[in-house]
Design a protein around this ligand. Structure first.
Ligand code: UD1
Ligand code: UDP
Length: 439
């Protein structure tokens, strides 16, 4: 079997590293394709070093640009590699332009696609990421889904539960493994060493890069307004290159950098950043990955967004959406700093993203599909004989597996009162309403 993995930005490198590592331990050929969307040393090379994975086999060097140009160049480059390498499955991760480009190209070549971190939805179609993840899911063969909530999003869009694998998120694998390494090694970054981080209290780690925040002056001004007033915190801000550019263009960089309690530094390597996160009193962020890492490391998070495709972090109690609302940022940050009960409740939120075995579960599922011939994408030869989806109210003790076997059917949706459920094989359907297809 041959697996091609596509990645292109910092979070994709981090979250695919455990899977690349897992594949390399097995009797599987692998090809890693870097789109080159992130290219600065601090946004790319440093992560291959920190996560101890080999340099990619291919780099398409798309660089920065408009979405159309970037995605188009990626499609051209990825197609050339896939035609040459002929993998059995292509893996894409998350919601960047690489996911869109990789999924479109692979599906047109009739190559199976595995979408790692599938099923997330913010329901905000102005986000480029929401479009990318939705389009990729239309083309995907195997869905590797972090939580039951995300799986239900896919069921609601009509995808068969047979191809949905709830694996947790590989960010937990990366986090657990590398935090230990980071703790043994200590901080290496010079800027952090200069700040004597080990002896600082009240650390607020800030990251932001999302277009809908950093490209809108009013939102940046509101957020900076809150940062100014949080002078009892030590704010560490490893700045994303996009954000550095826009702060400079808005003429706001110096104003923020001049504040004594705000330390703007270059983007950090993964080990330094994990260690910093683990020592933080609170995280202020619009990052997707950081919402997950914060709850994994028991650090309260305030998310600078009005919606999130990670609602589990909010319902678990570890994350609060504050938008770019100055008062909401201040009130919640001060609550975490001064109200122990409030802070402890956030810290004790249960991590919904699994135990750190997500890469293993993912590669196990791929091997199983490969061995059963299910990665071959072929046109159907059975004449379609079922034209309607059926509904039923179940009033007997019968599990999902028993129902599907006895009726030769596939269940789509399950309503348990006003709650939707995932069709786990051993779920007893008694008292529930279902929709299903007879095969
Ligand atoms: C991209 C992803 C986003 C992800 C983020 C992770 C898309 C649509 N966006 O956003 O989902 O959360 O990566 O960080 O795929 N730049 C550099 N050096 C680099 C990379 C970027 O200077 O190595 C600057 C360039 O000015 C570029 C800007 O940052 O125009 C934005 O980079 P881009 O990759 O287009 O989007 P991100 O905001 O990084
Ligand atoms: N990260 C890092 N150094 C930094 C900032 C973030 O290593 O200076 C890591 C962080 O641990 C997380 C990931 O980058 O795993 C998040 O990436 P980003 O916020 O760029 O993208 P998103 O997750 O929002 O797509």
């Amino acid at each position: 079997m041959k697996i091609a993995t596509i990645l292109g930005t910092r979070p994709e490198i981090i979250k695919m590293a455990p899977i690349i590592d897992e594949i390399s331990k097995r009797d599987i050929n692998q090809v890693v394709i870097h789109t080159g969307q992130h290219y600065d040393k601090e946004m790319s090379d440093d992560f291959f070093r920190d996560l101890e994975i080999p340099t990619p086999d291919y780099n398409i060097h798309v660089g920065s640009g408009t979405h159309g140009k970037q995605t188009g160049l990626m499609m051209k480059g990825i197609e050339e590699v896939l035609l040459e390498e002929k993998p059995d499955i292509v893996l894409v991760q998350g919601d960047t332009n690489a996911v869109l480009a990789g999924a479109l190209v692979a599906s047109k070549l009739h190559i199976a696609i595995g979408h790692v971190e599938a099923g997330l939805r913010s329901f905000d179609m102005t986000m480029p990421e929401e479009l990318n993840r939705r389009v990729a899911d239309v083309a995907t063969t195997m869905y590797f889904i972090p939580t039951e909530q995300s799986a239900i999003n896919l069921l609601a869009e009509g995808f068969s539960h047979k191809n949905l694998f709830i694996t947790g998120n590989t960010v937990v694998d990366a986090c657990f493994r590398h935090l230990e390494i980071a703790k043994k090694r200590g901080f290496e970054n010079e800027a952090l060493a200069g700040l004597d981080i080990d002896n600082l209290d009240n650390i607020l780690t800030l990251t932001m890069h999302r277009a809908e925040n950093v490209d809108v002056k009013e939102r940046v001004v509101n957020i900076i307004g809150a940062l100014k007033e949080l002078s009892d915190m030590n704010i560490i801000f490893p700045i994303h290159p996009r954000t550095k550019n826009t702060l400079e263009n808005f003429g706001l960089f110096d104003e923020l950098n001049d504040l004594e309690h705000v330390h703007i530094i270059k983007p950090l390597g993964y080990l330094d950043f994990l260690l910093l996160t683990s020592k933080s009193t609170l995280i202020l962020t619009d990052s997707g990955g950081l919402q997950e890492e914060a709850i994994t490391l028991d650090v309260p998070a305030l998310t600078l967004r009005y919606n999130t495709e990670r609602p589990e972090t909010v319902t678990a109690g570890g994350n609060i959406l504050v938008g770019s609302d100055k008062e909401a940022i201040l009130e919640n940050a001060r609550g975490i700093l001064s109200d122990n009960e409030f802070a402890d409740k956030m810290k004790n939120a249960v991590n919904p993203y699994g135990q750190g075995d997500s890469a293993k579960l993912t590669v196990d599922a791929i091997e199983d599909y490969y061995n059963k011939g299910l990665l071959n994408i072929e046109a159907p030869e059975d004449i379609m004989d079922s034209f309607t989806r059926k509904m039923a109210s179940i009033n007997e003790d019968i599990t999902v597996s028993e129902f599907e076997e006895s009726k030769n059917a596939l269940i789509h949706m399950i309503f348990d009162g006003d709650k939707m459920r995932f069709p786990f094989g051993d779920l007893n359907l008694n008292g529930m309403m279902i929709t299903y297809d007879e095969k």
